[in-house]
Design a protein around this ligand. Structure first.
Ligand SMILES: [Zn+2]
Length: 331
């Protein structure tokens, strides 16, 4: 079935199904197809949309969604659980962050365009057919092959209704790190599209690398189930990880400390380390091991992202620093 003909509202009540939806034409003449896992509850309730594989090299969310699906039964569910485990299928097939077809980053083109190139089509259909029907969005990311972040839940940090819904759900998700982002969120993301539709949302990050860490998969699986309990879609106690850090920053990983030159990045700090502005974070060395540039902290704060893949080109993101959250009463 083409996704244009898919209607969430027409799925059978108290049912569970996995489907493949055609979304656009492949260069070989076949169709790009996205898997969609849905559980429609026996009772009415909210619609939760869960995405993964927006970046094609981020694996734990892709692994967690089928676990959530297998653990959720229609008779236990109030509302609708709608999950797309691999959103950017061209990038997933190529094991890379962005699409090899049009070169676009799916997390920069939301709300998309169903008449655009394949990446814009995917974003457009996800928005038109799924996000518009949702009451809450969770987008499961990790650092992918090139970047490392702590296992975290990201939320909209704002005093308004949407921010409060996002914050409370982030606390329920139960990741070791919470990272709040003041509105407006950087544009082009699924969560910024959701925010523009007044739909509260969360996203995750995790250390990444080329594998799929079972502990991160379990944290993501439990986190989605926890949010469903928080939204009263499921009954039961939350199964949360201990919170170690509550951080706040713009969360825009497009504006980070960049590699000044090509080379091999040697880090001298670790994730979640406290650093001071001007502190040396590491160095870029050449292939003979000779230092060609030093990389320094651009501000005081906490290391939230570090380059994991040592080989860098000038302009690649190396590190990002954010701040600890200080409740107003402590100011
Ligand atoms: Zn990502």
């Amino acid at each position: 079935m083409h996704i244009r003909d898919f209607e969430l509202d027409e799925l059978p009540h108290a049912g569970k199904q996995s489907a493949w939806l055609d979304i656009g034409r492949r260069p070989d003449g076949d169709n790009w197809r996205l898997p969609l896992l849905t559980v429609i509850g026996a009772e009415d309730g909210p619609t939760l949309l869960v995405l993964a594989g927006v970046h094609g090299d981020e694996y734990e969310g892709i692994a967690a969604i089928p676990q959530v699906y297998s653990e959720t039964e229609p008779q236990d569910l109030r509302g609708r659980l709608v999950m797309a485990p691999v959103c950017n299928m061209p990038a997933y097939e190529a094991a890379q962050r962005s699409s090899p077809i049009d070169g676009l980053n799916l997390a920069r083109v939301f709300p998309g365009d169903i008449d655009g190139t394949i990446t814009r089509q995917i974003a457009g259909w996800l928005c038109q057919k799924l996000l518009t029907r949702a009451d809450f969005l969770i987008d499961l990311h990790t650092g992918g092959i090139a970047y490392e972040l702590p296992t975290l839940i990201g939320y909209a940090h704002d005093d308004g209704e949407l921010g409060q819904a996002s914050l409370e759900a982030a606390a329920a998700f139960g990741a070791p790190v919470m990272w709040g982002h003041p509105l407006p969120l950087p544009s082009g993301r699924s969560i910024s599209a959701a925010t523009s539709m007044s739909i509260p949302s969360l996203y995750t990050e995790a250390p990444g690398g080329a594998g799929s860490d079972p502990d991160v998969v379990a944290c993501f699986r439990d986190g989605v189930l926890n949010v469903m309990k928080h939204l009263d879609m499921l009954s039961g106690d939350l199964n949360r990880r201990q919170l170690t850090h509550h951080l706040v920053g713009d969360g825009n990983l497009d504006t980070v400390i960049d590699a000044p030159v090509d080379g091999f990045f040697q880090r001298e700090v670790t994730l979640l380390e406290n650093v001071k502005a001007g502190q040396r974070l590491g160095a870029i060395v050449d292939a003979a091991g000779v230092e060609s540039a030093q990389v320094d902290a651009d501000q005081d704060g906490v290391i939230i992202m570090l380059r994991g893949l040592p080989r860098v080109k000038a302009g690649d993101g190396i590190a990002h620093i954010t701040r600890s959250f200080r409740p107003r009463s402590q100011d």
